[in-house]
Design a protein around this ligand. Structure first.
Ligand code: AMP
Ligand code: MG
Length: 348
């Protein structure tokens, strides 16, 4: 299949016109990869079951892992889902933006989108290219992240091209994704409390300012126990993973440095905070990649998936990284990294 690439880093009128063409093609059954503020999405017509089947196939995704329905305005959620007062409050506070809310699905949503669940995940992205595409399509856009199933989510068009070129009709290149981690996913419980299914840039602390009770699903920090029901299939065991094994280190910067010196090798890649890079490069043969200042975890979020892909490109046989603190956006980092590492943590 011929994949058309639309460059939209600095969109002008001509670019918006081409995005409209891609939107019309999407409505008619084409697959369109588009940038969002979180990661790139692999979009298809959310009301067309053939389109969702094509999405699963292009990603190599198991069909028990549901897609998110993307809308241009939060008010549109009402057409596909049973909207509650809590949803309206969340929408006022965080939409458009990096929050996905799981609601009761209406009949109009194909069960291929929800992977057979009675619920549907709804999100309204803030990225202008994403919103223009959804408006032009005139239908909700079903989209998971635009990577091959299991690999790190794509945060720039080069990642998408590596994974999906010739599997989709269009790739819209919007440059680097600002946040770099997938959206926060929450579900409202019958008692009005929220359960956090997947942490993201909308943190539990932020959610608690809007909803009294926010429970964090056990699966955010821990592996699923045998027989435990999967609330959000994205919580499955190894995920977001590079090809090389990733090992996380829990300890102080001094302890990390000592560990790296003892485990140094040419085929090792170390993801390190900016403050530690200089000393590491002086004392280790390993490739050391900076993930920004420790106090600014947003930078680690922004570069994490790109760094995991980069480590693979460099031929890493082993990747080491610090285990982040699980507060604020750190909880989302903790959740992705611990899964990418298949829960391998070394306590120093
Ligand atoms: P992705 O954006 O690729 O991570 O895929 C969408 C994520 O949304 C997956 O991890 C799903 O598990 C989650 N998701 C979608 N629909 C639902 C739902 N109805 N209930 C719980 N989680 C969902
Ligand atoms: Mg994904």
């Amino acid at each position: 299949m011929n994949t058309e690439i639309i460059r939209a880093e600095m969109p002008d009128a001509e670019t918006y016109h081409r995005i409209e063409e891609a939107g019309a093609a999407l409505r008619a059954g084409a697959l369109v990869v588009f940038p969002t503020e979180t990661v790139y999405g692999l979009g298809g017509n959310g009301l067309d079951k053939t389109a969702s089947a094509r999405i699963y196939h292009a990603k190599g995704r198991p069909s028990d892992n549901p897609l998110i329905l993307h809308v241009a305005e939060p008010e549109e959620a009402d057409q596909f889902a049973v909207v509650t007062p809590v949803f309206r409050r969340l929408a006022r506070a965080f939409m458009p933006g990096p929050l996905t809310v799981v609601l009761q699905a209406r009949e109009s949503v194909p069960r291929t989108v929800t992977a057979g669940l009675p619920t549907v995940a709804v999100r309204c992205p803030i990225h202008p290219v994403a919103r223009h595409l959804i408006r032009a399509a005139g239908v909700p856009v079903a989209a998971p992240s635009a990577n091959l199933s299991g690999s790190p989510s794509p945060t720039c068009a080069a990642h998408v091209i590596a994974d999906l070129c010739s599997r989709v009709e269009y790739i819209i290149d919007g440059g680097d994704c600002e946040i770099g981690l997938e959206s926060t996913i929450v579900k409202e419980e019958p008692d009005g409390a929220l359960t956090l299914l997947r942490p993201g840039a909308v943190t539990p602390e932020m959610l608690r300012e809007v909803v009294d009770e926010v429970r964090i699903s056990d699966a955010v920090r821990h592996p699923l126990k045998p027989g435990q029901t999967v609330l959000s299939p994205g919580m499955k065991y190894r995920h977001y993973a590079p090809k090389a094994p990733l090992i996380l280190l829990k300890g102080t910067p001094e302890q990390r440095l000592g560990f790296y010196r003892a485990h140094d090798g040419e085929h090792t890649v170390i993801l390190a905070y900016e403050e530690e890079i200089q000393q590491l490069r002086q004392s280790c043969r390993a490739v050391c990649l900076s993930v920004g200042a420790q106090a600014y975890q947003e930078e680690l979020a922004h570069v994490l998936f790109a760094m995991l892909r980069r480590a693979d490109e460099l031929g890493a046989q082993c990747i080491y990284a610090p285990l982040p603190e699980d507060a604020g956006i750190g909880l989302a980092l903790y959740n992705r990294m611990i899964r990418a590492a298949a829960f391998q943590v070394v306590q120093l």
